[in-house]
Ligand binder design. Structure first.
Ligand SMILES: C[S@@+](CC[C@H](N)C(=O)[O-])C[C@H]1O[C@@H](n2cnc3c(N)ncnc32)[C@H](O)[C@@H]1O
Length: 203
């Protein structure tokens, strides 16, 4: 739905304004593996195919953060094939994906997943997810098991409609650094021996 909207920032900003604190927008759309060139965006056929209006996935994540959704969570995704030869010829060099995100409206979520030694226990009380609860691609939470979480995940579960389905362990008293397993990690080399990257480093 956002992909067909010419002003995607306005859609995300209005969604954030409309949501109550702890509310979330859970939606699927089409994303691209790079920025789609304007001449393809202006092509009504490619736009109508829900392709050329697609946001580059990283631009979407940054835009969501700019609009208040500080920690967009990817739930699931799959590559999209293009079964129209003419369309394939014109836009087939770009990778398209169907992806489902959940955007929580929670003030003050941190830009990264920080470890405060917290955990949750899922009660198994959500319909059709009695054994495991899928929060997102990084969090399949088994019922009855202590599940360590970062501060942001702790708040997403504790300050939303999901609260009643979880027990919460831990406080905010101690910080233990970056939360391993949420995608980001300590950038420094543990061992003193490693040489700087020589082959086309990235930032
Ligand atoms: C015709 S609109 C439907 C909008 C809304 N879902 C509805 O039912 O009113 C098509 C929207 O669905 C999205 N869409 C099409 N195929 C999709 C897919 N495989 N996965 C996720 N979103 C998809 C498009 O990006 C576009 O935003």
């Amino acid at each position: 739905m956002i992909n067909l909207s010419p002003d995607k920032e306005a859609v995300l900003k209005q969604a954030y304004r409309l949501l109550k604190p702890g509310g979330e927008m859970y939606f699927s759309d089409v994303y691209a593996d790079r920025r789609v060139p304007q001449e393809l965006v202006n092509d009504p056929v490619l736009y109508g195919e829900c392709l050329s209006g697609a946001l580059y996935w990283n631009d979407f994540q940054n835009l969501a953060k700019q609009c208040g959704f500080a920690d967009p969570r990817l739930v699931e995704d799959r590559p999209l094939g293009i079964d129209n030869a003419e369309v394939e010829k014109r836009i087939g060099h770009i990778g398209f994906y169907s992806a489902t995100y959940r955007l929580f409206k929670i003030e003050g979520l941190e830009p990264a997943c920080e470890d405060y030694g917290q955990a949750v226990i899922y009660k198994g009380t959500i319909a059709d997810q009695e054994q495991n609860y899928l929060l997102d691609k990084h969090h399949l939470i088994a019922a009855g098991k202590v599940f360590p979480v970062c501060g942001n995940t702790y708040r997403m579960l504790n300050e939303s409609r999901l609260q009643q389905h979880f027990e919460f362990i831990g406080t905010w008293d101690n910080h233990y650094g970056i939360f391993e397993g949420c995608g980001s990690s300590l950038p420094y080399d543990e061992d003193t021996g490693s040489a700087p990257a020589s082959g086309g480093g990235c930032c």
